[in-house]
Design a protein around this ligand. Structure first.
Ligand SMILES: Cc1cc2nc3c(=O)[nH]c(=O)nc-3n(C[C@H](O)[C@H](O)[C@H](O)COP(=O)(O)OP(=O)(O)OC[C@H]3O[C@@H](n4cnc5c(N)ncnc54)[C@H](O)[C@@H]3O)c2cc1C
Length: 379
């Protein structure tokens, strides 16, 4: 393929020369950032650089949960993070979901706020009282953030309603929902085009250097110069950040063959959010199991492992669809960006370079907000 130097006058003039803003990474955050930059700078030349022929991280590979926090995960977060950071992060996710809904109609992205359940098995029922004791405090915090009363309640009947086996019940979150990730990809691409943002796929950025009056971007097709850069590469941020604040975290997912049972009424979390499942048509999409091998899953390699595949299949057979025979029709993995804290990093790393990374497992929710805030920081 041609190097940038070998492009025509027209190509250089229209796209690669005189760039005002380059956004590196074509996931939810990069797209939100580019759109916000366009709103702030109607006449600017904005170019989005993505290394894959499709976005190749998490945004096109996720489960499509529009979520901001489940009871067992929040309880766990409160053990490891300080209280205000936990609720600030929940607030950012909720605000991110609102921003996503400002950009796209529910019909465009298949968004339904049907509620979610955070399941407890019969074996885990002995820990229920400890969670019950937190519910009114959690509801107060969610009311403070969202203005909505009684977000969480315990549903004793969900197992019977859905045909689950060995499940005691689940904490219902009435404000969460799900969307269709494929629809979000389409709608995002349309929006980038409408906002006259040039998207260059297949561009692997190797180095970014701020020389104060401009930024030099080294890529697999040569050098680009721009006034400012937004780096939104999430789980692949190590080489740009030079520290361990963001680590890659692989997440594995599978989708069953079509089932005879009715689709589930919403989304489901299990074991502090380490497992998650929902219906997609008549199939079940199930992901998780990273907690079985944290070390092995700290990787940017897109693979599936027998350990996690078997654990997911076991969960399906034991608890979720015990009375159905099924095949695994689709299987994949994606790469998230995680760290000691769940709060995203949105900061300038030099005068003209900003970074928006560490979305954790809820980037569908928080990503739009992070992208927009990064764009404003680069202003
Ligand atoms: C299996 C799975 C399930 C998930 N489920 C949910 C869910 O249900 N709900 C939820 O809220 N969140 C979920 N998440 C998390 C969510 O998808 C992410 O937090 C979010 O998509 C992160 O968006 P991003 O734009 O920061 O990163 P990404 O989508 O990873 O985008 C980063 C982009 O940068 C590109 N890139 C990397 N390095 C370079 C380079 N050097 N040069 C050029 N381009 C580069 C990558 O190719 C990639 O496209 C899930 C994640 C996974 C993996």
């Amino acid at each position: 393929m041609l190097q940038f130097n070998d492009l025509s006058f027209w190509e250089k003039q229209a796209i690669t020369e005189g760039i005002d803003f380059a956004v590196i990474g074509g996931g939810i955050v990069g797209i939100a950032c580019a759109i916000e930059l366009r709103k702030l700078h109607p006449k600017a030349k904005i170019v989005l650089l993505e290394r894959g022929y499709l976005s190749t991280g998490a945004s096109t590979k996720n489960a499509g949960f529009a979520c901001f926090g489940s009871v067992t995960e929040l309880a766990d977060d409160l053990k490891t993070m300080n209280e205000s950071a936990v609720w600030d992060t929940v607030a950012m996710r909720y605000e991110g979901l609102k921003r996503l809904q400002e950009r796209f109609s529910p019909q465009q992205i298949g968004l339904k706020i049907n509620g979610s359940w955070d399941l407890l098995t019969q074996h885990e029922a002995s820990s229920k009282q400890a969670f019950d004791d937190k519910i009114s405090y959690f509801n107060d915090q969610i009311k403070r953030i969202t203005g909505e009363d009684n977000c969480f309640s315990y549903d004793n009947d969900i197992a019977a309603k859905c045909g689950f086996q060995g499940i005691h019940g689940g904490y219902f979150n009435r404000l969460e929902g799900d969307l269709l990730t494929g629809n979000l990809i389409h709608a995002s691409n349309m929006l980038l085009a409408q906002h006259a943002i040039s998207v260059l796929n297949g561009i692997q950025v190797e180095q970014v250097t701020d020389s104060s009056n401009q930024v030099i971007i080294q890529t697999n097709f040569g050098e680009l110069k721009t006034a400012k850069v937004a780096i939104t590469v999430n789980g692949f941020a190590q080489s740009f950040l030079k520290d361990k604040r963001v680590l890659p975290a692989r997440a594995q997912v599978l989708v069953t063959s079509e089932l005879s049972s009715a689709p589930l009424p919403g989304t489901f979390h299990y074991q502090k959010g380490y497992y998650y499942f929902r219906s997609v048509g008549n199939r079940i999409l199930l992901g998780g199991g990273r907690n079985l091998d944290f070390e092995g899953e700290t990787t940017t390699s897109f693979e599936q492992t027998p350990l996690i595949t078997n654990a997911l299949i076991h969960l399906l057979k034991e608890h979720i669809i015990p009375n159905e025979s099924f095949q695994i029709d689709y299987q994949w993995s994606g790469i998230m960006g995680v760290g000691n804290e769940k709060k995203p990093i949105i900061e300038l790393t030099s005068k003209n370079i900003g970074i928006g990374v560490r979305m954790g497992g809820m980037g569908v929710a928080i990503g739009s907000l992070v992208g927009e805030e990064l764009a404003r920081k680069l202003n």
